[in-house]
Design a binder for this molecule. Structure first.
Ligand code: FAD
Ligand code: ZN
Length: 479
């Protein structure tokens, strides 16, 4: 338990009545069946309890909720699209915390194609933002498999990554300004549109990645990009993992900023997708131990761009860095290739239990990390099947491990902590991070003390104490 949690109290019936009055009966959910979608999550690891799910519609309502929560020392758990993978959006099991859902704050406030920006409420889904940008011939490059459900407030609170970080950065790099309701109910209106602003601390960066522990994001100004005139997808088979590093170097040097994705897939992952996902097919004739999916996009016409990517592939085949490759010839072929990558997580579910690690290491050390992790897994769970895949170009590997075929799921999953411990120790020894893009939430909270320096933790706690002295915002998460 943290120090701040000691000061919190369970809301009384009178306090609950006051919370309900702020949003109105209809938007204060008290029935178990109404609350259920807010209390479980995608991975089925966390299930919470709550006296109330509040669904405010305005910044003023969020402000009133936090003011009351701060006065009554009631814990508030902000929730966006509930797609987070570390349990940050789920309240505790004791039923003492109130869930604040941003779902009804779903207005696109303005789109400005001329200055390449969009201003939105925090509850707008990522897919809606991408569409609004596309409608005015612009690109909002953040792209996640969860984009139909996740909300931009959640994306910013977790500093979400995805497949285009390589070229455009994560949610942090795509934000220009924020509007945040602070723990005491004050509203910080930082909806600036300035790319350059060196007037002291850049406060928005405190809230980005803070997972709802420092304030509630209610609005954001986001950076748009020109919509690429062409987008080409290629899929290459590699002889080994070291070759992926050489191929990355070639691709980055030859394509420059037009290399907009560089994703790694292992053969076993491809087998899972082909076996378990309808319509998936092997894109190359022979089998290779590793594959890379690359995307080349930019302002050139497709006819001009195709020569560049062909030359990259030819040179790489000539140097034995890749063995074979295919370039998608149509939108549907491109989607079919992306499908192999996007469904990699989902395709692991029918294979039984999966123990996950969202980690990053310096790019040059990815082959070493994957090579050293395999015997670690084997020594803890003989026969377990590692499926390392993900954002190679960002040094971010989703080191998932599927259960051995002949073991029960429960027996396998009982190894979760032990395996985590060993993999995180390896990652740390390689100067990597134990959470590359999913955040800390409640899943990795106890690891913070072991992987951050005392100085970093002291600074983080000082910031938390100053912005949320009563510790009402998402207690028990992150710190
Ligand atoms: P939630 O899950 O509701 O909340 C996440 C955290 O943010 C919680 O701590 C919550 O308290 C806080 N929060 C939410 N809204 C606010 C707000 N307005 N103000 C303050 N705090 C808030 N993540 C990646 O980075 N890259 C991926 O490629 C990726 N792929 C995914 C694929 C699938 C199929 C799934 C299910 C998830 C994936 N994720 C990925 C994880 C997840 O989608 C992201 O973390 C996303 O940013 C969470 O957004 P959300 O709106 O669902 O937030
Ligand atoms: Zn990812």
């Amino acid at each position: 338990m943290t120090i701040s949690e000691n000061r919190l109290s369970s809301p009384t019936a009178e306090t609950i009545g006051k919370f309900v009055a702020i949003v109105g009966d209809k938007n204060a959910l008290r029935e178990p069946d109404e609350q259920a979608p807010y209390l479980t999550e995608w991975r089925d690891r966390y299930e919470g309890k709550t006296p109330l799910v509040l669904r405010p519609a305005t910044v003023a309502e969020v402000s009133a909720i936090l003011k009351l929560a701060n006065e009554t020392k009631t814990a508030i758990v902000p929730q966006g699209g509930n797609t987070g993978l570390v349990g940050g959006q789920i309240p505790n099991k004791e039923g003492t915390e109130i869930v604040l859902s941003l779902t009804r704050m779903n207005r696109i406030r303005s789109v400005d194609p001329q200055e390449f920006s969009i201003t939105v409420d925090a509850g707008v889904t990522l897919a809606e933002i991408r569409k609004a940008a596309d409608d005015v011939d612009r690109l909002f490059p953040l792209s996640l498999a969860s984009e139909g459900s996740c909300q931009v407030g959640g994306n910013l609170a977790t500093n979400a990554g995805g497949v285009h970080v390589l070229a455009y950065g994560s949610a942090r790099q795509l934000s220009l300004g924020l509007e945040v309701v602070l723990a005491n109910g004050d509203v910080w209106s930082g909806l600036r549109k300035l790319k350059k602003d060196n007037t002291g601390f850049d406060l928005k960066h405190l809230f980005i990645g803070s997972e709802g522990t420092l304030g509630i994001i209610t609005g954001a100004v986001l950076q748009l990009y020109p919509k690429p005139a062409h987008s080409l997808t290629a899929f290459a088979g590699l002889p080994d993992l070291d070759a992926a590093l050489d191929f990355f170097e070639h691709a980055r040097s030859k394509l420059g900023p037009a290399l907009t994705a560089f994703e790694l897939l292992p053969r076993i992952g491809l087998d899972f997708v082909i076996r378990n996902m309808e319509g998936a097919r092997d894109p190359l004739e022979a089998h290779y131990p590793w594959y890379v999916l690359i995307e080349h996009s930019g302002p050139e016409k497709e006819e001009d761009a195709i020569g560049i990517i062909e030359s990259l592939l030819e040179i790489s085949i000539g140097e034995n860095i890749i063995k074979d490759a295919v370039i998608a010839q149509s939108q549907s072929q491109s989607l079919a290739l992306w499908n192999l990558r996007d469904r990699m997580s989902e395709a692991q579910k029918p294979e039984g239990g999966s123990i996950k690690h969202d980690v990053s290491v310096p790019i040059a050390l990815i082959p070493e990390f994957i090579a050293r992790a395999a015997p670690v897994v084997e020594s803890i769970i003989p026969g377990a099947r590692p499926v390392p895949f993900g954002h190679f170009g960002d040094g971010n590997i989703h080191y998932n491990v599927s259960q051995p075929r002949d073991m029960s799921k429960d027996e396998f999953l009982a190894n979760w902590e032990k395996l985590n411990e060993a993999i995180y120790a390896l990652v740390t020894s390689l100067n990597g991070s134990i959470s590359a893009e999913h955040g800390i939430g409640q899943m990795k909270q106890d690891l913070m003390a072991r992987t951050k320096s005392p100085e970093e933790l002291t600074l983080m706690r000082a910031i938390k104490a100053s912005l949320d002295p009563n510790g009402i915002l998402n207690p028990g998460k992150l710190l």
